[in-house]
Design a protein around this ligand. Structure first.
Ligand code: FES
Length: 104
């Protein structure tokens, strides 16, 4: 089922910032960028480090542990030591809230 699940109010995530969102046994990172809202897996693909304390720089997020960078929109690994992409998830805004689709 590709249902939309409410994450939070849009104004709970400051611009150029991200929010950790845990759901079930999985953790996600929800971003508010100048180009809109995006979602990726919460943990870096290098080691088990959550991106919640990471730095959002334009459309990239920098991991706080070894400063590997990912493209927020595509999840693509952009700089060492990360080489495995992050999984991304569809996001929509509706009535001032952020919704994520976890299916597939
Ligand atoms: S844990 Fe993220 S770059 Fe190493």
């Amino acid at each position: 089922m590709n249902e939309w699940i409410r994450v939070c109010r849009a104004d709970e995530i400051e611009e150029e910032d991200l929010l950790r969102w845990d759901h079930g046994d999985h953790s996600y990172a929800i971003y508010n960028t100048k180009k809109g809202f995006y979602a990726t897996d919460g943990y870096c693909t290098h080691e088990k480090q959550h991106l919640e304390e990471g730095l959002v720089i334009g459309m990239t997020v920098e991991c706080p542990l070894h400063q590997g960078r990912f493209d927020i929109a595509t999840g693509k690994a952009l700089s060492p030591p990360v080489c495995e992409n992050l999984k991304t998830y569809p996001i929509i805004l509706k009535d001032g809230s952020v919704y994520i689709q976890l299916g597939n």
